[in-house]
Design a protein around this ligand. Structure first.
Ligand SMILES: [Zn+2]
Length: 380
């Protein structure tokens, strides 16, 4: 038979016939088959919903002391609890040695022992046979330093940089101290950046500094970042001091033990609060364990003096005004001098004396949180 011979009028019947044949084959075949259980679905979204419910594979997760490490996690403290979730197998690679395959339990035992290591590990969850496992990779730096090593760095810092002169040569000497080499290096480098920040801020005549004054903020910022990872009283003191110097009162104000700093930070963060840290007893021996830059030191002295006054007078206002007007003082320290003036006079009920500094800081972060409402209450 040759189709060409079908008459024009029979075309309809011809095609109608093929349609009938097609219908005889039954309902359309479902086009979406589940690769895991062979169930069939007519729509892609139905298959997707089926897989999400029936064959869900959870992402494997590593938890170290309650948090999942980020891509650039550095561990400075020995972890208390390591857990692995949703994982059937782990791969661990340390430095340049070949990777090893472990069970999650073996991995936890291995990782708990690490002190100084660069580690790549990946957790796999192959919950379904014959499927590609879900993998989570992690890169971790273990830089766990023994407390004795950190104490050594602190001793070197106090001996060389906290009790006398401060020069770049002494900072270099501190970094070369044998107690600051090896595992203690990162801690020592953070402290050295703080010391360099002090030099850049104070600019002693004997040091030929090429970096501009404003570079002290970068040094302080780098020191803050490095030292925030160390859970040591000295690291907390230095980071609190840097935050104070940079007018950062946002972090929770943990007590550092350096009363001047604790008092003035507390007062400038929220002068309305009635319970400042209590003063140390008269017998308390004060040790010099950390240098303070002169600008910050001047503000601390001013703050302690003003917040210890039993009453206010224009002479005290004048003392604060002079501190805030010094051309040698950094802008942020001038703002703190105004804040001390405003907060101390306000606390003693001398609200009219507080108006002049309040006007100058009512728009300045972070003091405006209290200065602005105080000023409004005066003028309304
Ligand atoms: Zn299925």
């Amino acid at each position: 038979m040759t189709i060409g011979w079908i008459l024009e009028r029979d075309r309809e019947n011809f095609f109608a016939g093929t349609e009938r044949v097609k219908k005889l084959a039954g309902p359309p075949t479902p086009s979406f088959a589940c690769p895991f259980c062979r169930a069939h679905w007519a729509q892609a979204r139905e298959l997707q919903a089926h897989i999400a419910v029936a064959h869900f594979v959870a992402r494997p997760i590593l938890i170290i002391d309650g948090v999942e490490p980020t891509r650039t996690t550095i561990l400075r403290k020995r972890p208390i609890k390591i857990s692995v979730l949703n994982s059937s197998q782990a791969e661990l690679k340390m430095g340049s040695t070949p990777a090893i395959i472990l069970t999650p339990e073996e991995l936890v035992r291995q990782v708990e022992l690490l002190k100084q290591a660069e580690v790549s590990l990946s957790l796999a969850n192959a919950a379904l046979p014959g499927t590609t496992p879900v993998i989570t990779p992690y890169s971790l730096s273990f830089r766990i330093v023994a407390p004795a090593t950190m104490r050594g760095v602190e001793m070197a810092f106090t001996e060389q940089l906290a009790s006398g002169e401060l020069t770049r040569a002494l900072v270099g000497q501190f970094l070369q101290d044998r107690r600051c080499l090896g595992d203690g290096r990162d801690y020592a480098t953070g402290l050295a950046k703080f010391a360099l920040g002090i030099l850049l801020k104070e600019r002693p005549a004997g040091e030929a500094l090429t970096l501009p004054f404003a570079a002290y903020r970068e040094s302080y910022g780098a020191a803050l970042e490095a030292l925030a990872e160390f859970d040591r009283p000295l690291a907390r003191l230095v980071t609190s001091m840097i935050r104070f110097a940079m007018n950062d009162f946002g972090a929770p104000l943990a007590v550092t033990g350096y009363w001047d700093l604790d008092l003035v930070r507390f007062m400038l963060a929220n002068p309305g609060d009635a319970n400042p840290p209590s003063a140390p007893g008269l017998s308390a021996n004060r040790l010099s364990i950390c240098p303070v830059d002169h600008g910050t030191g001047q503000i601390l002295d001013l703050g302690v003096r003003m917040f210890s006054q039993p009453r206010w007078s224009p002479i005290l206002s004048d003392e604060c005004r002079q501190a805030a007007a010094s051309a040698l003082v950094d802008e942020m320290d001038r703002q703190k001098a105004l804040a001390v003036w405003a907060a101390a006079s306000w606390r003693l009920g001398a609200k009219m004396d507080a108006e002049e500094p309040l006007r100058q800081i009512s728009a300045i972060h972070p003091f405006r949180t209290w200065a602005e409402p105080y000023l409004e209450s005066l003028t309304s």
